[in-house]
Design a protein around this ligand. Structure first.
Ligand code: HEM
Ligand code: HEM
Length: 264
């Protein structure tokens, strides 16, 4: 199937068998996640796995190594991998932030927390009930569902900033006074108290993000099976496909139909 963009919903034949894209009976497939979002998603996921494994080992070093201590550089390599992944993580995050401005409106969702939107909170609770097996039918969403958006905002948008700020503050201790890490992030250590406090918070940040990851992967697989729309393939191809004929709950259907109608 050819990828479709937001402005071009596909209408499939209605009960009478007449397919009319302009009438836009219902969306069948729509291009949601652009290439930078998808590339960032998978690079970022890999970076987080590497950072968590190496971070865990920094906090809990392996007890012994065979041979002379001088023949081993294991902790050095582990820290090197942590720092290399940290730079990929930080640069990737800045790139993703840029794409929130340059990309389509789905690219902005990760950074938005519509606190004042009562409708959004209502939808969030419906979605929570669906995840708790208390709703019979899931709603359709072209972008992220409100519960996913809520979790992603706190764990990834806010969580990444927290890990980058505390991580570079710790890094500044090695880079030394006057280094750019020290100048930009040195203030964080006295703010938390002392170096060990920053270590502890950075460490706790890892568990908060990992908690999100566990629930996120479970939800992605569960929704791929149980919801009425594609999920995992959407983060690979960018295209959301719908399995039945109802309109999505995030208003995308109406927006797209209006656009098509305007285009004549
Ligand atoms: C460290 C691991 C992971 C992290 C931190 C993570 C984080 C995220 C974030 C932040 C988004 C929102 C993307 C955006 O709007 O820019 C997202 C979406 C998504 N992720 Fe992950 N992810 C991880 C692993 C995975 C894995 C292993 C899968 C597959 C099973 C997966 C499947 C998805 C899917 C399907 C979406 C789109 C959900 C939707 O269609 O609304 N993720 N993820
Ligand atoms: C999701 C992202 C990250 C995770 C999960 C993570 C995880 C961890 C963990 C668990 C530790 C051990 C803390 C302790 O108990 O002492 C650690 C240490 C550290 N991390 Fe991260 N980190 C992340 C991002 C970053 C970033 C962006 C930087 C920036 C350079 C960074 C730099 C450091 C430094 C300098 C240390 C201390 C190393 C040492 O004392 O030998 N981390 N990290």
């Amino acid at each position: 199937m050819a990828p479709l963009d937001d402005a071009k919903p596909v209408a499939t034949p209605d009960e009478e068998g007449t397919a009319s894209p302009a009438a836009g009976r219902f969306l069948k497939a729509i291009y949601v996640y652009e290439v930078p979002v998808r590339v960032w998603h998978w690079v970022n996921a890999l970076a987080i796995v590497v950072l968590s494994v190496t971070g865990y080992l920094i906090a809990n070093p392996l007890p012994t190594m065979p041979g002379e201590a001088s023949a081993n550089f294991l902790m050095g390599y582990i820290r090197f991998v942590h720092f290399a992944a940290a730079y990929i993580f930080a640069v990737g995050f800045i790139g993703r932030l840029y794409w929130a401005f340059a990309g389509n409106h789905h690219a902005r969702q990760l950074f938005r927390f519509p606190f004042w939107d009562r409708h959004w909170w209502g939808e969030l609770f419906v979605e929570a009930r669906w995840y708790l097996f208390l709703e019979r039918k899931p709603k359709l969403y072209v972008g992220h569902n409100p519960l996913a958006q809520f979790a992603m905002f706190w764990a990834i948008a806010v969580g990444s900033v927290f890990m980058i700020v505390t991580g570079f503050a710790l890094y500044s201790e090695g880079a030394g006074q006057g280094s750019w890490q020290d100048r930009l992030f040195g203030w964080v250590i006295p703010l938390f108290g002392q170096s060990m406090d920053v270590h502890t918070w950075h460490h706790l940040g890892m568990w908060a993000i990992l908690l999100f990851v566990i629930v996120h992967v479970y939800a992605a697989v569960r929704e791929d099976i149980m919801s009425r729309q594609s999920i995992i393939s959407t983060m690979i191809s960018g295209v959301r496909t719908f399995k039945d004929t109802e309109a999505p709950a995030d208003g995308e259907h109406e927006r797209s139909v209006k656009k098509v109608a305007r285009a004549g």
